[in-house]
Ligand binder design. Structure first.
Ligand code: SAM
Length: 340
């Protein structure tokens, strides 16, 4: 769905009514109204009869959805009950993704954003931050590490889809891939399940080793899913792999660190070796999905997660010596390049 954003005044009205707006959309999802509205158009009379709802009340409910830009109304000179409504395409899936029980937004509610809420002037002046007990970057305590990596694994769906779509071209038989900052090994496990001839090592801080061990055992990947402990800010990357991936890693760091990591990847790869970068590049829709992190990380100076323009990487890769830079399509784009 790429609807134009409402003007500033309309947007602010809607934001002020945010809790009520979410209530409306959640209700539409729960009652099955979105299932009826998305193939639409459907008349008010048919919809209220099918769902057992009071037409005059449903009429107001549909006005709420229309004011959010989620439902379109076809005005009619006929009786009010004959007005036809249709949901904008993709609404049901979007509502499930953002408001459903496995929503990433719900997952983010676990973070201590309320430590900043109402205190942004002090936050912006550098007088207040998220406490290190609540969140540290990189995660420090075993609870922080496990909680953070679980959040990451929950959002892997589009990344797995992108990698799977391009796996044949990217990973010839026998490829050894190092997934740098590879979380708890969940992405590696998906790739290994899709490609029986692949071998993947996760490179991560030592605190992540038990999580990767757990993934290896749970998915029966002994002998194929390895772990290499290291800190890429302090030491060179290991140099015994054909390909290195950075998945949602480079955008966590300032530009000079991202450049340094790409140079480290270049040094570690053999001639013909491939680097892969997968993260969300900056578009209005993705910026909306990133809102939580833009807000929360104002209080965490050690983490600068920002969506970058893809041009940052298409310029940075050649500058680090890489050639044949390609941007492959997918739900998250995948940028690849080769060491000559
Ligand atoms: C945003 S997470 C992405 C995890 C995973 N790639 C994914 O997309 O689900 C960033 C990862 O970088 C790792 N990381 C952070 N600092 C690191 C460092 N200095 N050396 C190695 N890994 C690091 C974290 O432990 C975490 O697994």
């Amino acid at each position: 769905m790429s609807e134009p954003l409402p003007g500033p005044r309309a947007l602010l009205h809607l934001l002020f009514n945010g809790a009520r707006a979410v209530d409306v959309v959640e209700t539409a999802l729960r009652l099955g109204l979105l299932d009826a509205l998305e193939p639409g158009p459907v008349t008010l009379a048919a919809l209220s009869e099918r769902q057992g709802l009071v037409p005059a009340r449903l009429d107001k409910f549909l006005d709420c959805l229309e004011s959010l830009g989620l439902v379109r109304r076809e005005p009619t000179p006929d009786a009010r009950e004959e007005t036809r409504y249709a949901a904008v395409p993709g609404l049901r899936a979007a509502a499930e993704a953002v408001l459903g029980p496995r929503s990433l937004e719900r997952d983010r509610e676990r973070y201590a954003w309320h430590e900043l809420h109402g205190h942004l002037p002090e936050v912006l002046r550098g007088e207040r931050s998220v406490s290190r007990e609540a969140f540290d970057w990189p995660p420090r305590t075993p609870e922080q590490v496990a909680g953070f990596e679980a959040s990451m694994a929950a959002g892997l769906g589009p990344i797995v889809e992108t990698f799977r779509a391009h796996a044949d071209a990217l990973f010839p038989a026998g490829t050894r891939l190092l997934d740098v900052g590879g979380g708890d090994g969940s992405l590696a496990a998906h790739l290994l399940e899709a490609r029986p001839d692949l071998r993947v090592d996760v490179y991560n801080l030592p605190s992540c080793e038990p999580l990767v061990e757990r993934t290896r055992r749970a998915r029966g990947l002994e002998g194929r899913l390895g772990f290499v402990a290291g800190d890429f800010l302090r030491e060179p990357l290991p140099n015994s792999h054909d390909a290195l991936s950075f998945v949602r890693v480079l955008h966590d760091w300032p530009e000079d660190t991202a450049h340094a990591l790409l140079r480290a990847a270049f040094e570690a790869l053999p001639p013909g070796g491939r680097v892969l970068i997968c993260e969300e590049f900056r578009t209005p829709e993705r910026l909306a999905a990133q809102f939580f992190w833009s807000y929360f990380l104002m209080g965490v100076d050690s983490c600068g997660s920002r969506l970058r323009d893809v041009a940052f990487y298409t310029r940075a890769l050649p500058a680090s010596g890489f050639r044949e830079v390609r941007v492959l399509p997918g739900p998250f784009e995948l940028v690849t390049a080769l060491r000559p």
